[in-house]
Design a protein around this ligand. Structure first.
Ligand code: HEM
Length: 532
């Protein structure tokens, strides 16, 4: 009798427990995930705890971005875990967020930014970001880029040596690796004046090994990081606290940090007349010691004019860099400059091999400028050749290495799309789907055809403003744009003067993208080169 009663009691309490759990989950779900429903904003249905992250992990991002863009239109909402994200592709609103009302969207949301990397321009917020951006901007002026071109040119000569070997042997080239070694060589030289020999050694080079590991985490680790960002953060803090075994990312970052700190130490031990470095690190160290005042005065020429009025400019001028900030931003140049530009060069060479007649037009243009300048490539030619510019622009349209932009609202804000008012609260995240906009037939007819002519000066009036965002927009756009364009144009120009990109029987008809967080990363692309 007693045992019967106990069994009934236990079933009863289990039922109550279940009811409490279901009710709690329901209220959690309803309070968290009704965020967009309440505002009548469409979007994919979220799952408890994960939101819409699972789809982001299992699907290839460019396909998913286009599918959502076509299904839900100019405004839709989804969830990164429990974090709501408002996706906006209305062009007027994009302009307002990036430029007119930048003051309400200064920041990006930080995800798992720990250790030294929290000092980078990419992660900083508010006034700290403004001061650092202002201090770093003079290192990216066209004058400084001209100076960097010499370093880049040496690396491009080594690229030609690698191509010579491949052309002689007739073997296929994995272009992503080839250009990855080239861009790593460039950033290591331009950021820290460091000779890595990476174009000879490839992945055996420790620098390359560590830096590339930051971009190619194993799938399981990437999935855990995306699906359980809070757990990743706690694990990071615990490993730090107990000095336990470090993750691969921490190891790689630690390695790069050690390299930069030891270079800073070597330089501080030198007599000042011995220090004639012209790399980013030296420019940052000069900024740390307030030596860049002349360029600070010239900021109007670069970017200061974008940011909110006199008051901000006063604030911005006060910026000096700490040593941590110098180290972090020197590493950022390496990290931000390596993968993005390597993929740009990969997509460009692939598109040129697929379109031999356009490759010929480009070669003729480069050759004419080269011969007119007495058999040399001049900075002003590289920057102003029209077909070259159109080739790079079209490649960045079709394959933007960064698939979407992100801003965090810094002041409550209301926006209007198609007559509907939407309230955005401080802390909310907005995303702008650049890849999907670049592939909208309305703005780019036959969007899946690579057609540089769209970007020739005579056709530029057919383009719609704010539909081209490979480097983002407004005061928080890509600070390295000039550097990346110069590097890519120089590499392509030098190559086309001596070689022809051609398809091999392994060249894919269509590029398979890898599953990556927000970078458009190609799978293996094989090409051949032919000596002219
Ligand atoms: C083809 C090459 C590259 C592409 C497509 C690219 C694209 C981008 C994009 C889309 C953003 C976000 C902009 C926004 O939110 O409006 C960005 C930010 C940034 N990029 Fe690049 N990038 C490239 C190369 C580089 C290089 C070479 C460097 C450094 C030398 C660099 C440094 C940065 C930094 C520091 C930021 C953060 C700027 C800030 O928050 O103030 N990028 N980049």
């Amino acid at each position: 009798m007693d045992s019967l009663f106990e069994a009934g009691y236990s079933a009863y309490s289990s039922l109550i427990l279940l009811a409490i759990t279901v009710t709690t989950v329901y209220f959690y779900y309803d309070s968290t995930y009704s965020f967009f429903k309440k505002q009548n904003i469409p979007g994919p249905t979220p799952l408890p705890f994960f939101g819409n992250l699972i789809e982001q992990v299992v699907r290839v991002i460019p396909d998913l971005e286009i599918e959502r863009y076509q299904k839900y239109g100019k405004v839709y909402g989804y969830f990164d875990g429990s974090h709501p994200i408002l996706n906006i592709s209305d062009l007027q609103v994009i302009k307002n967020i990036l430029i007119r009302d930048f003051d309400s969207f200064v920041d990006r949301r930080n995800r798992n930014t720990n250790g030294i990397m929290r000092h980078t321009l990419l992660s900083l917020k508010g006034n700290e970001w403004r001061m650092t951006r202002n201090t770093l901007s003079p290192t990216f002026t066209s004058g400084k880029m001209k100076m960097m071109m010499q370093l880049m040119s040496g690396c491009a000569d080594d690229l030609l040596k690698s191509l010579e070997k491949k052309a002689k042997s007739g073997e296929d080239i994995n272009v992503k690796d080839l250009f990855g070694f080239f861009t790593m060589d460039v950033v290591a030289k331009c950021a820290f004046a460091t000779e890595t020999h990476v174009q000879d050694m490839g992945y055996d080079n420790p620098f390359m090994k560590q830096a590339s590991q930051l971009f190619t985490p194993p799938k399981t680790r990437m999935a855990i990081r995306m699906l359980l960002p809070k757990l990743t953060m706690v694990l990071y803090k615990l490993t730090n606290m107990f000095k336990a075994t470090k993750t691969q990312d921490q190891d790689s970052m630690g390695y790069l940090e050690e390299v930069v700190r030891s270079i800073i130490k070597q330089r501080s031990e030198m007599e000042s007349n011995e220090r004639s470095y012209k790399d980013f690190l030296q420019l940052l160290l000069d900024a740390m010691q307030g030596k860049d005042l002349e360029d600070q005065e010239n900021l109007k020429e670069t970017e200061l004019h974008h940011v909110n009025g006199e008051e901000d400019q006063q604030d911005m001028r006060k910026g000096t860099l700490s040593e941590d900030s110098v180290v972090a931003n020197a590493i950022l140049v390496l990290v931000a400059g390596y993968e993005t530009t390597a993929t740009l060069l990969t997509y460009t060479s692939y598109s040129l091999a697929k379109n031999p007649e356009k490759q010929e037009i480009l070669r003729k243009e480069i050759k004419a400028a080269y011969e007119a300048a007495g058999n040399q490539l001049l900075y002003q030619d590289i920057s102003s050749l029209k077909y070259l510019d159109a080739v790079i622009m079209e490649t960045l349209r079709m394959y933007p290495p960064v698939v979407r932009l992100s801003r965090q609202c810094t002041k409550d804000y209301s926006l209007e799309v198609d007559g509907k008012t939407i309230l955005v609260k401080k802390g909310d995240e907005i995303r702008i789907p650049s890849y999907a906009i670049h592939h909208d037939n309305q703005f780019y007819p036959n969007h899946d055809q690579w057609n540089p002519e769209r970007f020739l000066p005579e056709n530029k009036d057919k383009l719609t403003p704010y539909t081209y965002l490979p480097f983002g927009g407004g005061p928080r756009n890509c600070i390295g744009m000039r550097f990346a364009l110069l590097e890519a144009k120089l590499a392509i120009s030098k190559t086309l003067l001596e070689y022809r990109f051609i398809e091999s029987n392994q060249t894919p008809d269509k590029i398979d993208f890898k599953n990556a967080l927000f970078l458009l990363t190609p799978g293996k692309i094989a090409l051949k080169v032919e000596k002219l």
